[in-house]
Ligand binder design. Sequence first.
Ligand code: PRP
Length: 220
Amino acid sequence: MNERIHSQDGRYLTFALGKGRLADKTLELLEKTGITCEEMKDKGSRKLVFVNEELKLRFFLAKGPDVPTYVEYGAADIGVVGKDTIMEENRRVYEVLDLGFGKCRMCVCGPEGARELLKHHEMIRVASKYPNIAKDYFYNKKHQTVDIIKLNGSVELGPIVELSDVIVDIVETGSTLRENGLDVLEEICPLSARMIVNQVSMQMQTERIKKLIQDLREHI
Ligand code: PRP
């Protein structure tokens, strides 16, 4: 194991991981393939970059929406982030692997009464943390002109306080919707954690990255 994940030329392979549960799950998966980063397990540490000298690997944690940015610019060779963020940020990166965890759905949600507004292609207000995904869905797929309002969290408030008619948001267990009297009205797409790769790194470190993808695939 790991014979080719080792650097051939002393170069580091750098990973940007979206902070939080995705990062923990990613480290668990990497560990199964023999890649560990002991330094990262110290939760009390304020360190930002962690290194595995033996395998010439570096890891850093970043805010989810920043992960595709680090990868596009080559500050990280590899990133792990949710499909929602990949779609919203729309960066020039290769999406190479579905990691199979962090499964949820991007949906249009709202009170039952809003179903009719969607059906009849009315001019409605849509609140979302994902304005690009909302725009693409309503403008390009449904050909419906809507007013999109960007929010930064607790998006379910939108229809409750009548800021918007519906929301475009992530649904995992559905409990946030249920507890607030909202429903899934339309499903946009399934989501999960994905591995993304810098386009130049893919050419320059092909063997090493391919071996990593293959090892991960065997443990998903
Ligand atoms: C996400 C999402 C929903 C909720 C869905 O919010 O925006 O609000 O999780 O999960 P559920 O279907 O299991 O209830 P998050 O917790 O990330 O916080 P936010 O509302 O501040 O974005």
